[in-house]
Ligand binder design. Structure first.
Ligand SMILES: [Zn+2]
Length: 135
């Protein structure tokens, strides 16, 4: 196995720059998707809901194209977390075990907040999403 490489201050700057660009693009995409939804989908759903009585708009709405928007919003949150909650010192450090995240992993996705081991553990724990991560 290749030796793990840590990022340096220059990498942090560069990767955060990438995140800032991706963030701007995502915001535009989300706005476009929301506009599209409200034009085509949403008004139709309102009609359907009226016909069907008490059913939640949210339930019907979530069956449509919202999954795509949700995915983008989740991504945006991860990016903003990396951009605004991490300093030069804490960027690239795993939120769970506090060890440096492998440089290669950050190059693939600069928004990751966990090392590979912790991410694997996190994803394999069903209740993980309900637990507030400890700092
Ligand atoms: Zn870790």
């Amino acid at each position: 196995m290749a030796a793990k490489v840590q990022i340096g201050p220059e990498d942090t700057k560069r990767l955060k720059q990438c995140l800032a660009v991706e963030r701007d693009q995502l915001k535009i995409e989300i706005n476009e998707e929301l506009a599209k939804e409200s034009q085509s989908g949403y008004s139709q759903i309102i009609g359907v809901v009226k016909d069907r009585g008490d059913e939640s708009v949210a339930d019907l709405y979530s069956d449509l194209n919202v999954a795509n928007i949700e995915r983008h919003v989740t991504r945006l949150k991860a990016i903003e977390n990396a951009l605004f909650n991490k300093t030069e010192e804490t960027y690239g450090i795993c939120e769970d075990c506090a060890l440096p995240i492998d440089k290669q992993r950050l190059e693939v996705d600069p928004a990751v907040s966990r090392c590979l081991d912790c991410q694997t553990l996190y994803e394999s724990t069903p209740t993980a999403k309900d637990v507030t991560p400890s700092l």
